[in-house]
Design a protein around this ligand. Structure first.
Ligand SMILES: *[C@@H]1O[C@H](CO)[C@@H](O)[C@H](O)[C@H]1NC(C)=O
Ligand SMILES: *[C@@H]1O[C@H](CO)[C@@H](O)[C@H](O)[C@H]1NC(C)=O
Ligand SMILES: *[C@@H]1O[C@H](CO)[C@@H](O)[C@H](O)[C@H]1NC(C)=O
Ligand SMILES: *[C@@H]1O[C@H](CO)[C@@H](O)[C@H](O)[C@H]1NC(C)=O
Ligand SMILES: *[C@@H]1O[C@H](CO)[C@@H](O)[C@H](O)[C@H]1NC(C)=O
Ligand SMILES: *[C@@H]1O[C@H](CO)[C@@H](O)[C@H](O)[C@H]1NC(C)=O
Ligand SMILES: *[C@@H]1O[C@H](CO)[C@@H](O)[C@H](O)[C@H]1NC(C)=O
Ligand SMILES: *[C@@H]1O[C@H](CO)[C@@H](O)[C@H](O)[C@H]1NC(C)=O
Ligand SMILES: *[C@@H]1O[C@H](CO)[C@@H](O)[C@H](O)[C@H]1NC(C)=O
Ligand SMILES: *[C@@H]1O[C@H](CO)[C@@H](O)[C@H](O)[C@H]1NC(C)=O
Ligand SMILES: *[C@@H]1O[C@H](CO)[C@@H](O)[C@H](O)[C@H]1NC(C)=O
Length: 851
């Protein structure tokens, strides 16, 4: 009996041995003979040459032969490729050889010794080769040990039962797939951009020691690890556990998507059973550089953003688009082309909002402007997903721009182009088509919109009911609700509790101003903010909200943005964007150290930026605002040291409707920057801000407080002394001594000094408007020699003789924007890009004023 069993097993093992189809050294497969191939014992797999079209049916060129292992006669699962994963093309006379020395190689036939690909296994004692039933092609030595195998050198596919370790990757063109040590699956573009990173249920809390990925024949993608007995399934194919003679394999396509395929033996076809990236347009670079991915009824299609671009290759739309006119050779200044419902894929550094991020929270128009004025920025995306983030596509991660356009995308994008910005004709022509169809569609849209609005009203109603019923839960709900508001551009309403949490109980004090104390805070979306706790607000809730609405609708590059507010009981708080570099006074009047980073050029830009911000407040926004408290403490500096004016609109808030705020004890403005009319009981107008700005400007030049009196200044206020020096022609004496003379533009300095003296004229009517100040600073307007400013002593209201009737508040508020002639002079003279950007803003805002 035992003997019988022995003979039986022996014969089985013998027959399986003989069925191994051993390939001896010296064997050859040639491309010219279609029947020439090495087969696996049960002929499931074969190793042979295939054509370009068999390798990739979507390809357009059809030259070239590739040595490949095929499943079922026509599905390639391994291809001889170079180290970059690019299949190595051979010619029609090519041969696949197992040399006597054990090297496996592909050689072109038409030229001698032209090795296309090789395994580099010469002289390590290869005795034989075999294509196994698993699909693995192995080279073995005399003791039958595997020295080399295709499973150890995967290309873009692993078949069922094949293992992929963390050291291995699948590649296809610029795309790569690899397994991370923590068991996550990741997809990469050009080794730099990770556009997919997914793990299994992270709450399972498993630590792997040396994981590898395998596709179980039953249809599950699993991780096997020495630390765990059983395989951990992470992905199930849609035909999981379905019976039948099915081969499953995992493959990274040339479109950058990772998929599980099933192929029934003999069918010659493969079906997708799982895709890693469900939205193909989210694969980075799918449409090439500057390409825009969108969907037609069935599949993703590639196009260009606008007619300013053209396809690189008409026959292969995935090759991307190029600019018809390079940005560097624009004849006019660049402009931003608007793309509604579009985004630029922002993986990589922009992906994670951290300290060095390219993402920050600003409004749509600022997102556009920021990119326009940032050199190196080629596109920007403002997302409406609740974060309010603006992503600038700059060239520091990669030059590559990958776009996605879909009606479902809640974002707006801009591309920098040379003017004129040209629409895409396909988009416009389709609008004109099929009028009847459009009528029908319009009806559908109307019905859908009405239904949506009704549902929203119902939802809102039930939300309120819910809040009323269950007030402790309101906090969590309201913050989500608020984020929606935030996305729409309206100020977010925070609860006091939320702000208490964001500021860790109002712990980190940033400063204290005339209107209250400012604290640092971090919102739920991880953006850093400055929270201002207002003091002495006697206004009602409704009025407060109205003012908040006005402030938050005031957007300008040189104004600090209001993100939200809180109005609860007696608490009144405002939430602003956080300015990393603090306020101007820190740099002007403090230790030498900080001052070093502060060149004249930077000071000049700050002065100009501040003037532009105030100009916008006075002349360009819908509800004109007099700031009333311009001083270095209220001029904040962002990461690039550009100036942002803060605290605007607050004076009105505190003083209610009355601009004419008399009693000295309750003056909110700051001594030293107050215009004489504050003290002389005269109307406060925008010219009062001009006065304060003049004081600040002089301080920017001198680095000294104007009201400082010391022996250095001959016991005079510095501003008076400065005029004396200026009158003597000794401007150098006014300039901050720490500024290096060599890179200080004295012409600009003298301009700034003259402007400041014009601004601090005692008579409001003699002071220029802020727009004029900007033009004078820029050197567009000629500056006449300013008369001596008469500086009154604060506290003394006597001695002033201003003709009050000549300058009623109303006449100043209603003053029109700069005259047409000055505008045209702006255009003809040299204007910086940011000015041309603001011209756009200006024209829209003046429209608003005219209404
Ligand atoms: C082999 O031939 C192919 C097709 O003609 C060609 O593309 C390839 O460059 C050749 N390789 C070598 C090493 O000569
Ligand atoms: C060939 O062998 C493989 C691996 O042993 C097996 O999965 C497959 O079913 C076999 N095919 C045939 C036709 O016997
Ligand atoms: C075959 O290879 C294995 C593993 O590399 C090695 O241990 C063994 O010594 C080799 N046999 C011969 C005869 O070289
Ligand atoms: C894959 O790994 C498992 C576990 O380490 C091992 O049992 C199996 O033989 C490996 N498969 C191949 C084809 O190497
Ligand atoms: C991966 O590579 C590292 C370092 O080269 C090595 O220590 C480790 O054993 C490798 N892991 C596998 C599974 O081959
Ligand atoms: C891919 O990266 C390399 C260097 O990392 C770069 O030279 C190349 O231009 C990149 N390719 C594309 C298409 O951007
Ligand atoms: C792994 O993937 C999960 C998502 O499935 C992600 O949250 C996590 O951050 C990833 N881990 C790493 C280290 O990338
Ligand atoms: C994740 O795992 C936890 C615990 O293992 C389980 O309770 C939970 O249902 C899982 N979630 C999903 C989405 O599989
Ligand atoms: C995984 O590792 C972390 C950190 O080393 C440890 O805190 C955790 O308990 C480990 N989890 C398991 C399941 O071993
Ligand atoms: C969608 O685009 C694909 C690929 O370009 C094309 O084959 C298909 O015909 C298009 N379908 C429609 C409905 O336009
Ligand atoms: C374009 O910007 C440059 C500065 O970058 C400026 O010199 C030029 O005047 C601007 N041109 C127009 C037409 O605005």
């Amino acid at each position: 009996m035992n003997l019988l069993i022995f003979i039986f097993t022996y014969s089985i093992s013998f027959s399986s041995y003989s069925a191994q189809n051993i390939i001896p050294p010296g064997s050859i497969v040639s491309a010219s003979d279609t029947n020439s191939a090495w087969h696996s014992p049960n002929r499931t797999y074969s190793f042979r040459f295939i054509t370009q079209t068999q390798l990739d049916p979507t390809t357009t060129s059809s030259s070239g032969f590739y040595a490949a292992i095929l499943y079922d006669g026509n599905i390639p699962v391994w291809v001889a490729s170079d180290s970059q994963g690019v299949p190595a093309p051979a010619d029609e006379l090519a041969t696949l050889n197992l040399a006597e020395n054990g090297n496996l190689f592909v050689r072109n036939g038409s030229t001698t010794s032209s090795i296309v690909w090789q395994s580099n296994t010469a002289s390590i004692f290869v005795e034989s080769a075999a294509l196994e039933d698993s699909g693995n092609f192995v080279l073995k030595n005399s003791t039958n040990s595997r020295i080399w195998s295709t499973f150890d050198h995967p290309t873009d596919t692993i078949v069922q039962s094949q293992n992929l370790s963390v050291n291995q990757s699948l590649r296809s063109g610029l795309y790569m797939f690899r397994l991370l040590n923590n068991g996550n699956l990741t997809l990469w573009w050009n080794n730099t951009i990770q556009y997919y990173n997914s793990g299994f249920n992270s709450s399972a809390n498993v630590n792997f020691t040396s994981p590898s990925l395998t596709l179980r024949p039953i249809g599950a993608l699993s991780i096997i690890d020495p630390s765990r007995e059983a395989a951990t399934d992470i992905v199930f194919s849609s035909d999981y556990a379905e019976a039948g003679d099915i081969l499953r394999f995992l493959s990274l396509g040339s479109d950058g998507n990772l998929r599980i395929y099933s192929s029934k033996k003999g069918s010659g076809t493969k079906d997708v059973r799982w895709s890693a990236v469900s939205d193909q347009c989210k694969v980075f670079g799918y449409c090439g550089n500057n390409g825009i991915c969108s969907y037609n009824e069935t599949s993703p299609v590639c196009g260009c953003a606008s007619e300013n671009f053209e396809l690189v290759d008409q026959d292969d739309r995935r090759k991307g688009c190029r600019r018809k006119v390079d940005l560097n050779s624009c004849r006019a200044n660049a402009t931003m082309f608007l793309l509604e419902n579009a985004m630029f894929l922002t993986y990589g550094r922009e992906f994670d909002p951290g300290p060095n991020t390219e993402a920050f929270s600003i409004g749509i128009s600022a997102c556009r402007l920021n990119c326009l004025t940032t050199s190196g920025c080629v596109a920007s995306t403002a997302v409406a997903d609740g974060t309010g983030f603006c992503y600038l596509k700059t060239n520091d991660v990669t030059d590559f721009v990958s776009g996605y356009l879909s009606p479902a995308l809640p974002s707006t994008s801009f591309v920098k182009v040379c003017p004129p910005a040209l629409l895409n004709p396909p988009a416009t022509s389709s609008v004109g088509e099929k009028k009847d169809g459009w009528k029908l569609k319009a009806w559908v849209v109307v019905v859908v919109v009405v239904i949506t609005i009704l549902i929203l009203i119902a939802l809102e109603g039930s939300l309120w009911w819910w809040c009323f019923r269950n007030s402790p839960k309101f906090g969590a709900l309201s913050s989500q609700y608020a984020l929606l508001e935030y996305a729409s551009g309206a100020p977010v309403q925070f609860t006091y509790k939320e702000l208490q949490k964001a500021t860790k109980g109002f712990k980190e004090k940033l400063g204290a101003g005339g209107f209250g104390t400012v604290y640092r805070g971090v919102l739920a979306n991880r953006s850093i903010v400055a929270v201002k706790q207002l003091e002495g607000i006697e206004q009602g809730e409704k009025q407060f909200r109205m003012e908040v609405a006005t402030i938050s609708s005031t957007h300008h590059l040189n104004l600090v943005r209001l993100i939200g507010f809180c109005s609860e009981g007696r608490h009144r708080l405002l939430v602003y964007e956080f300015m990393k570099n603090g306020s101007l006074d820190n740099f002007l009047f403090q230790g030498e150290q900080q001052r070093k980073v502060f060149s004249w050029e930077q000071r000049y830009n700050i002065a100009l930026g501040t003037a532009r911000g105030i100009t916008y407040l006075h002349e360009e926004c819908r509800d004109c605002i007099v700031h009333c408290d311009i001083k270095p403490e209220n001029i904040l500096l962002d990461d690039n040291y550009s100036a942002k004016v803060s605290d605007f609109g607050l004076a009105k808030l505190v003083n209610s409707k009355d601009h004419r705020y008399r009693t000295l004890t309750s003056i909110r403005g700051t001594r030293g920057y107050l215009a004489p009319e504050w003290l002389a009981n005269l109307p406060i107008t925008s010219k009062s801000d001009v006065y304060s700005y003049g004081m600040v400007l002089l301080e920017i030049v001198s680095g000294k407080r104007n009201f400082e009196v010391s022996s250095d200044t001959n016991q005079k206020k510095f501003s008076l002394l400065a005029y004396e020096e200026f009158d003597k022609g000794n401007a150098q004496a006014i300039v901050d001594k720490t500024l290096p003379i060599s890179d200080t533009d004295m012409e600009q300095v003298i301009r700034a000094i003259q402007v400041s003296f014009w601004c601090i004229q005692e008579q409001p009517s003699q002071r220029p408007m802020m727009s004029k100040v900007v033009q004078m600073l820029e050197g567009i307007s000629v500056i006449e020699k300013p008369p001596a400013p008469k500086i009154i002593t604060e506290g003394s209201t006597g001695g002033t003789s201003v003709n009050a009737s000549a300058i009623s508040a109303h006449s100043i508020f209603a003053s029109s924007p700069p005259a047409p002639s000055s505008l045209s002079s702006l255009q003809t003279a040299g204007v910086t890009p940011s000015v041309s950007a603001m011209d756009v803003e200006r024209s829209t805002s003046s429209l608003l004023i005219r209404r």
